[in-house]
Design a protein around this ligand. Structure first.
Ligand code: ZN
Length: 432
C-alpha cells in the first residue's frame, strides 16, 4: 500500500504528461498521458501515486490526519510553469497605453527615455522591502491562476547594486512562498542612461563586474540578454552570454522580438537553454534552434499588449520540431499574470492545439528553466497540481475567459487564497 497525506479524486481526467522525451517536440506535444476518472495521492511534498479512482482503495492508504479532496467533474493538470517573467519591478506603465494606441512602438517609447528606462528609474528608487511586497502580491495572484513554478529576471537595475537587490528579492520570495522560483540575471536588458552612446563600455561592466559578482553570490541560475537593435547586438549578446556561461550561468536570450537581428543564431551557436520571444524568427532560425536543442519560449500575450500587430509563431515552431515552452512575460509593458490566458493566446494567436499549449506550459516550460522532469504528475515528482472545474483539460486553451483553479497544491499544500475558492473547496471536501 502507498501511504498518503492527501488524496485528490473524482477527476474526469488527470493530464499527467508522464510519457515521452523531455522536452517534447512535434507530435509528442499532443500526448498528455491522460488518466480518465483519475485520482492522485500526495505524500509530504511529493506525488505518491496517480491512477484510476477505482483503484484507490486497493492501492492507497490515507494516513491519520490526512485530507481527502473530491473534484467531481473536474480535471487535474501539473502546476503550470511560467518560463519567462520580469516579476520584480516598481511602478507601472499604464500611461503608455495611450502612446501605444497613438502608434508609438515599444522601441519608439524606449528611445524617448520611457518604457523600460522608466521602470529602471522607479526600480532603482525603490527599497528592497517595497520591491519584495509588490512582487509577492503578483506572485500570489499567479499561484491563484494555477502557476506553481516561475522564472524571474533582474534587469531593471542595470547597475550592480540594483541588479543584486532584485536578485535578493527573488531569493527572499523563494523563502516566503511554496512556489518554485528560478532566478535569472538580466543586466543586459538595456544600456542605462549613464552609459548612453557607449554600449560597449556597458557590456564590459556587465562582463567584468556584474556577472562575476552575481556568480560569486550564487544568486542566479541563468544569464539573459536583450538582443535587439537599440539594445544589444548579436556580438555583444554573445559576449555577455559566454561570460555568464564561463561563470556557471545557463544561457537565455531575448531574441527576434521586433526585428530580425540574429539573436536566435547566437542561441543556437551557444546551445542556449532557451531563446525567447522569436516573433521575427525566420525558417532558418527555427531549423537551427531545432538542430541545437534550444527550447523556444513563446510569449503570445506580449505582441498583443505591445500593439505590435504580430502573432507568436507557435505552429511554425512545433511543425519544425522545436520544443516550445510558454511564458507570461509579466512586466510593466505586458502585465499578465494568468498562465491560462497565455495558453489561450498560444492557441488562438500561436495556433497550438490546447494539448500542445498544456505541454508547452508544463513539462516543456519546466525544462526551459532548468527544472527538467518537472511539470508532470508522476510518483516521486513534486506535488504541484492545479485542479480546474472544467469538463476536460482541453478547456484550458479553449476558453478565452481563462478558468481559475478550484484548488492549487504547492508542494503538497493546498493554496486556497480567494474566499470564494475557499468556500468552493471546503464544500467539496468530504472526509471518509
Ligand atoms: Zn522579457
Amino acid at each position: 500500500m502507498v501511504g498518503a497525506d492527501a488524496i485528490l479524486s473524482g477527476f474526469t481526467e488527470v493530464a499527467t504528461l508522464s510519457r515521452g522525451p523531455i522536452p517534447r517536440r512535434g507530435v509528442a506535444m499532443e500526448d498528455l498521458a491522460r488518466i480518465e476518472k483519475g485520482a492522485i495521492a500526495l505524500s509530504g511534498e511529493t506525488i505518491a501515486w496517480v491512477g484510476k479512482t477505482s483503484q484507490l482503495r486497493r492501492v492507497v492508504r490515507l494516513r491519520k490526519g490526512g485530507s481527502r479532496w473530491e473534484f467531481p467533474g473536474g480535471v487535474a493538470v501539473p502546476g503550470l510553469v511560467d518560463a519567462h517573467t520580469h516579476l520584480v519591478f516598481a511602478g507601472d506603465r499604464s500611461g503608455e497605453v495611450r502612446r501605444k494606441l497613438r502608434g508609438e512602438s515599444y522601441l519608439d517609447i524606449a528611445r524617448r527615455g520611457g518604457g523600460l528606462l522608466g521602470t529602471v528609474r522607479a526600480t532603482r528608487a525603490a527599497s528592497e522591502m517595497a520591491l519584495f511586497k509588490e512582487a509577492l502580491a503578483r506572485l500570489k495572484r499567479m499561484v491563484r491562476w494555477g502557476t506553481t513554478a516561475i522564472e524571474a529576471k533582474s534587469g531593471y537595475g542595470l547597475r550592480l547594486d540594483t541588479e543584486l537587490r532584485m536578485l535578493r528579492v527573488v531569493r527572499k520570495l523563494s523563502g516566503a512562498t511554496r512556489a518554485t522560483i528560478v532566478p535569472t540575471f538580466l543586466g543586459g536588458h538595456a544600456v542605462p542612461p549613464e552609459f548612453a552612446g557607449r554600449p560597449g563600455k556597458y557590456v564590459r561592466d556587465v562582463v567584468d563586474r556584474q556577472i562575476p559578482a552575481v556568480a560569486r553570490q550564487g544568486i542566479a541560475r541563468f544569464c539573459d540578454v536583450f538582443c535587439e537593435p537599440g539594445f544589444f547586438s548579436p556580438e555583444q549578446s554573445r559576449r555577455i552570454l559566454m561570460a555568464g556561461m564561463a561563470a556557471g550561468l545557463g544561457a537565455k536570450i531575448h531574441a527576434e522580438e521586433f526585428v530580425h537581428s540574429g539573436g536566435a543564431r547566437v542561441a543556437a551557436d551557444l546551445h542556449a537553454v532557451s531563446a525567447d520571444h522569436l516573433l521575427a524568427a525566420t525558417a532558418d532560425d527555427r531549423e537551427r534552434l531545432a538542430a541545437s536543442g534550444v527550447t523556444a519560449v513563446l510569449l503570445p500575450t506580449t505582441p498583443f499588449a505591445s500593439l505590435a500587430g504580430t502573432r507568436s509563431p507557435g505552429r511554425e515552431f512545433v511543425d519544425t520540431g522545436v520544443s516550445v515552452a510558454l511564458g507570461s512575460d509579466l512586466s510593466p509593458n505586458s502585465w499578465e499574470e494568468a498562465m491560462p490566458l497565455v495558453m489561450a493566446h498560444a492557441v488562438y494567436s500561436g495556433r497550438l492545439t490546447p494539448s500542445e499549449a498544456l505541454t508547452a506550459a508544463t513539462v516543456n516550460s519546466a525544462h526551459a528553466i532548468g527544472l527538467t522532469g518537472g511539470g508532470r504528475i508522476v510518483p516521486g515528482g513534486r506535488a504541484d497540481v492545479a485542479c480546474f472545474d472544467v469538463p476536460s483539460v482541453e478547456h484550458l486553451g479553449y476558453r478565452l475567459s481563462p478558468p481559475m483553479p478550484s484548488a492549487v497544491f504547492l508542494g503538497g499544500v493546498p493554496e486556497v487564497r480567494d474566499p470564494s475558492m475557499l468556500e468552493l473547496s471546503l464544500s467539496r471536501q468530504r472526509v471518509r
